[in-house]
Ligand binder design. Structure first.
Ligand code: PLP
Length: 395
């Protein structure tokens, strides 16, 4: 018999993917420009021009056998050094190349980290709304994902709810700020209070609760919002970073794990990360991309386009009577559904060719997610449909 856990996982529906596939069929039927597909978080802005230059330069001037060959399992030494230097220069830390593990994006980084930290039956806390794949990653690590509430209206973690959810089985807490799908950026005060709660619980139980910061959207912030670096607030912290969104390269699969140099048992944690990476077959992230990213640390694609989309959508939708949570970061708008059942609302939106993701899979009922990493032109063309959808509820 096959592994039924994986068979089930392979068959379980992903609402986002289903909607995306529906969109493709619909576009073939009625034309690309007549479907307003807000389903996927696939960047629409091209990578920065420097990416092409760096790749050409690497291909022209490197030894091809080395460039396209295996790197060390945790990544090429020069790349890990460059990432560590970048973190230290940007955030004032003291990580070394030995704390960095290059990965195939944040998905691999989180899966490796959870497998490294968790034993069967452990609990991993996250906050609603959350990236649905966390449930899958936690299950792979033998852990149970526990979703904890956030504060009404802001989507910042509710610290009292966190304290109530912490148990002797809690091994880790995953945060994601800027957040998919909420768009919230957790404030310094929030991070401080969250870290104090984790430190107190760790002290009480005598075993650390690890803080995992999932950061694919770190650079995608608006209105000067600051994203606190967790390593400066909590010693037992691990950052899972991805270049997918900052450089618009999600298909290239590149990111890294950074273990805080101050973590208790830092060496053991890194050994477990290497062991999990090995067991999962995630050794040696794509070599060419490792080298390219090492030269582009801190660079981004032109994210101002997302800020313009955010402003236009927030203003227009509010004008039509929608209640939106104004995003401070990432490229998602979480909108209150115009009826209690967000699935029914998303179904009705399809009649107006609007593809919106119901929030239930993110752990929150009564909301839909709009991925506004699309062209400004599509946003403009979609507005009459949003207006008509709102009006259909007034009849
Ligand atoms: N975490 C969050 C919150 C995401 O939104 C995504 C992708 O959309 C990921 C992780 C996975 O990113 P990657 O492409 O780097 O694997």
């Amino acid at each position: 018999m096959l592994n039924q856990r994986y068979v089930k996982l392979g068959k379980v529906r992903s609402v986002i993917r289903e909607l995306f596939e529906y969109g493709n069929v619909r576009k073939a039927q009625i034309g690309e420009n007549n479907v307003f597909d807000f389903s996927l978080g696939n960047p629409s802005v091209p990578p920065p021009a420097e990416l092409g230059e760096v790749l050409s330069e690497l291909i022209a001037n490197s030894d091809p056998v080395t460039l396209h060959g295996y790197t060390s399992a945790p990544g090429a030494a020069n790349v890990r050094r460059a990432v560590a230097d970048y973190i230290n220069n940007s955030f004032g830390n003291h990580v070394t190349a030995d704390d960095i593990y290059m990965t195939c994006g944040a998905a691999a980084a989180i899966t490796i980290t959870l497998c490294a930290l968790c034993n069967d039956g452990d609990e991993v806390i996250t906050f609603v709304p959350f990236f649905p794949e966390y449930s899958v990653f936690a299950a792979q690590a033998g852990a149970k994902l526990v979703a904890v509430n956030t504060c009404e209206g802001t989507f910042e973690p509710d610290i009292s709810a966190l304290e109530a959810a912490l148990t002797p089985k809690t091994k880790a807490v995953i945060i994601n700020s800027p957040n998919n799908p909420g768009g919230v950026v957790y404030s310094k005060n929030c991070i401080e209070r969250l870290c104090a709660a984790l430190a107190e619980h760790s002290e009480k139980t005598g075993s650390p609760v690890y803080l995992i910061s999932d950061e694919p959207y770190r650079e995608l912030v608006y209105d000067g919002a600051q994203v606190p670096y967790v390593m400066n607030f909590y010693k037992n912290s691990i950052v899972c970073y991805s270049f997918s969104k900052s450089l618009s390269v999600p298909g290239e699969r590149i990111g890294y794990i950074a273990v805080n140099s101050e973590a208790d048992e830092r060496g053991e944690i890194f050994a477990a990360v290497c062991g999990a990476g090995r067991a999962l077959g995630y050794v040696c992230a794509p070599s060419l991309l490792q080298q390219a990213c090492a030269k582009l640390l801190g660079k981004t694609s032109d994210i101002s386009a997302y800020a313009r989309n955010r402003d236009r959508l927030c203003a227009a939708l509010t004008g039509y009577g929608y209640e939106v949570v104004r995003p401070q970061g990432a490229f998602y708008l979480f909108v209150k559904s115009l009826e209690p059942d967000a699935n029914a609302f998303a179904e009705r939106a399809k009649q107006f060719e609007l593809l919106l993701v119901p929030g239930d899979d993110f752990g929150v009922k009564g909301y839909v997610r709009i991925a506004y990493c699309v062209s400004a032109d599509m946003i403009e063309r979609s507005l009459p449909a949003f207006r008509a959808l709102a009006e259909s509820y007034k009849k």
